[in-house]
Write a protein that binds this ligand. Structure first.
Ligand SMILES: C[S@@+](CC[C@H](N)C(=O)[O-])C[C@H]1O[C@@H](n2cnc3c(N)ncnc32)[C@H](O)[C@@H]1O
Length: 248
């Protein structure tokens, strides 16, 4: 691990304590957690009966939503002990077929071809240092007819200022910069990776994945409390979604 990755991992170890400290609040959210309408439109029909693997599962609320949608099993992978243990406890309490492994991706430690669906995103790719290695692992986990689904912050998002009146590009950010220091959540000096949209698409190809769906959406997947930015008013992209399958 390089020092940047050490710093990011340490930042998540601190930030993820929130999932334990706010266990009751997250349990209440879990009782009604659902995938977003844009996600349901693409993978709603793939989830019932599927074995799902969720790299970077975080608080696990999406795992609950996937299980409730009819997934046969959901296996979350995250390197934060607090994230994994609190997500496991919530799923157990709700009696849902979710299990968790603590692992530092891209080395998931899971068997090859164990997943009908690899589901990830909502703040995952920005922590991926080696996109080729991460996507190769996703590809390895997929069964021949399986699918990778990503619903993620658009690569332009680091550029948007949160000015409420005008859409502004931050002077300290660049679309082609490889990294920037996170100044929201998890904070604590975590270093975000910036992957361009073409970089993500071409990395999928290099991993032997054929893209079946690629879309850009105006809505953010996360609205930080107390802010209403002009960049979220529907004129610029804030998220993208991608569905890919192993090349035939
Ligand atoms: C913003 S969360 C997103 C996860 C999930 N979508 C959510 O909303 O909670 C990012 C998660 O990725 C985990 N993470 C970051 N880098 C990782 C790595 N290399 N291996 C495993 N987990 C990692 C962090 O611990 C954190 O729980």
């Amino acid at each position: 691990m390089d020092t940047t990755e050490d710093r990011t991992r340490a930042a998540w170890a601190i930030a993820s304590r929130k999932y334990e400290d706010e266990y009751a609040e997250h349990l209440e959210l879990a009782r009604t957690a659902e995938l977003l309408p844009a996600e349901l439109g693409v993978i709603g029909g793939l989830v019932p009966g599927a074995d799902v693997v969720h790299p970077m599962s975080g608080h696990g609320l999406d795992d609950i939503a996937l299980a409730r949608l009819g997934a046969r099993s959901v296996h979350g992978i995250d390197y934060s002990e607090a994230a994994v243990s609190s997500a496991r406890r919530r799923a157990d309490e709700l009696g849902l077929p979710c299990r968790y492994t603590r692992a530092a991706l891209p080395a998931s430690g899971l068997e090859a071809a164990c997943a009908d669906l690899v589901y990830t995103g909502k703040g995952a790719l920005i922590w991926v240092t080696d996109l080729d290695a991460f996507l190769a692992e996703c590809r390895r986990l997929l069964r021949p007819d399986g699918r990778l689904y990503v619903y993620e912050a658009h690569p332009l998002v680091p550029l948007w200022d949160w000015d409420p009146e005008q859409i502004r590009v931050r002077a300290d950010r660049g679309y082609f910069s490889p990294t920037h220091v996170n100044d929201t959540y998890p904070g604590n000096g975590a270093v975000e990776r910036q992957h361009t949209l073409s970089g993500i698409v071409m990395a999928c190809r290099r991993a032997g994945l054929e893209i079946e769906h690629l879309d850009e959406h105006p809505e953010p997947f996360w609205y930080p409390g107390g802010v209403t930015a002009a960049a979220w008013d529907g004129r610029v992209p804030n998220t993208f979604s991608l569905l890919a399958r192993p090349e035939r």
